[in-house]
Ligand binder design. Structure first.
Ligand code: GDP
Length: 448
């Protein structure tokens, strides 16, 4: 038993039970408004929740969902109470007194997984959906919950199992008159899977961005308009803007959703030239921050000549993904000076909003090349764990192909195929180690 909704105040608060005694516990505590011979499955009944002494605890709606047509595939009962910490606590106590145990975090979803209703990738999608911070992020999670990733993995697995069966038939029955497998057929089968695995791996950049969002660092010397740009992008005044150079003392982090991508904008104090001999240290620190960002917006004051501090900032993000933003375009036209030749530069005005749309489109376009990819049909890889597993699978398949060209023994080749299959199985949960499962389900809240 567990609270299926938040236990804070709300319209309703739902207590969920799962397991073979759910119906019994519900019957013992729920008194329907009209006497019932039997409770129909998946039908909502109005009545009262009673404690052991028969005292009314709440006026509720109750539903019984008999397995296997339930979230966990077990018998599930839900009691919809008035939402509030106390009614929910009392309702929970009733079931615990009857003999139910408080569910562990994610236990209902774990049971759905263990009972085969969803696979591991789908279970992970449940928590992603709950945690998603943007519409596109939730769409990615929904696709995964719907089985998009799982279906790709099953397709790879089926194809590899076919190759493995060719290899194993010969290993297992060498004395029978089975022809040794054609090496070409083995190679073709595996190469086909490799192509598809690579295709799926390529979707990771977009998938990750949609799911986790981007961290964008706004860098530039004091007074070029970094805070103003941040505010303009956010559409409301949150960072402090002043006329005095160097007021963005602390790092300010703000989130927004741009073209479906959740962004974290990090406005840092500019790179300052100081009198101490620690100029290099300043650059090093900036570079450190820069190294953790997905994109750097290098802000310049377009109304002024490029100064030494600008060049310092430029230097700090030389090896990163950078967009140069020439701010204060309202003060006059801007042409990129020679040191900026290798960069994409966009003139904007944080004051008038000029150029901001171009900047936004550019950012979205950099990370979602198939922008507008709302109706994306195929599977989108967004989970690092899945990516690791696919990389492991790919390595095993590469070793398999090398082995075939070396004419390794079939036993060795079978080993690599099994390793590749094992890696695929960790995504869908067939071969996932216990501790990884624990880690995944511990991310859930109680009651999910
Ligand atoms: P930061 O130190 O880089 O964060 O710069 P601020 O955002 O605090 O801005 C410094 C000064 O530049 C302020 O006086 C702003 O009003 C001014 N400023 C910022 N953006 C623009 C712009 O697009 N056009 C003009 N004309 N002034 C701007």
């Amino acid at each position: 038993v567990g609270p299926a909704t938040s236990t804070a105040e709300g319209g309703v608060g739902i207590i969920r039970l799962s397991g073979p005694r759910s119906e019994e516990f519900l019957r013992l505590s729920f008194r329907p408004a009209r006497p019932l011979a039997t409770m129909e499955t998946r039908r909502l009944y109005f009545g009262h929740l009673l404690d052991r002494k028969g005292e009314v605890v709440d006026e509720v709606l109750a539903v019984l969902m008999r397995g296997p047509l339930s979230y966990t595939r077990e018998d599930v009962a839900e009691v919809h109470c008035h939402g509030g910490p106390l009614p929910l606590r009392r309702a929970l106590d009733i079931f615990i007194e009857l003999g139910a145990r408080l569910a562990r975090p994610g236990e209902f979803t774990l049971r759905a997984f263990l009972n085969g209703r969803i696979d591991l990738a789908q279970a992970e999608a449940v928590i992603d959906l709950i945690r998603s911070r943007s519409e596109s992020g939730s769409r990615v999670a929904l696709g995964q919950l719907d089985g998009k990733i799982s279906r790709s993995i099953h397709r790879f697995r089926d194809a590899l199992l076919e190759v493995l069966s060719l290899v194993e038939a010969y290993i297992d029955f060498p004395e029978e008159e089975i022809e040794p497998p054609h090496l070409q057929a083995l190679q073709d089968g595996v190469k086909g899977v490799l192509r598809e695995v690579d295709g799926l791996l390529l979707t990771f950049d977009s998938g990750r961005v949609l799911r986790e969002g981007l961290s964008i660092l706004i860098l530039g010397r004091p007074n070029v308009g970094k805070s103003s740009l941040l505010n303009a992008l956010l559409g409301e005044a949150r960072a402090i803007v002043t006329e005095v150079a160097g007021t963005t003392r602390d790092t300010i982090e703000e989130s927004l959703v741009l073209g479906g991508i959740p962004l974290r904008l990090i406005d840092t104090a500019g790179i300052r030239q100081t009198d101490d001999p620690v100029e290099a240290e300043g650059v090093r620190r900036a570079r450190d921050k820069v190294g953790h960002a997905d994109l750097v917006l290098l802000v310049l004051d377009g109304s002024q000549e490029l100064g030494e501090e600008d060049l310092l900032a430029l230097e700090a993000c030389r090896n990163e993904r950078v967009l140069v933003v020439a701010n204060k375009a309202d003060l006059g036209p801007w042409t990129p000076p020679p040191p900026l030749a290798p960069f994409t530069a966009i003139p904007v005005s944080s004051h008038t909003g000029e150029g901001l749309d171009r900047l936004r489109d550019r950012i979205v376009g950099m990370f979602l090349p198939e922008a507008g990819g709302e109706a994306r049909e195929g599977a989108l890889l967004s989970d690092r764990r899945h990516r690791e597993a696919l990389l492991g699978c790919r390595e095993a398949l590469d070793r398999f192909l090398e082995g075939v060209s070396r004419e390794d023994s079939l036993d060795l080749l079978a080993l690599e195929l099994r390793e590749a299959l094992h890696r695929l199985g960790t995504i869908t949960g067939e071969t996932t180690p216990e501790d990884v499962l624990d880690r995944i389900f511990s991310r859930f809240c109680i009651g999910k």
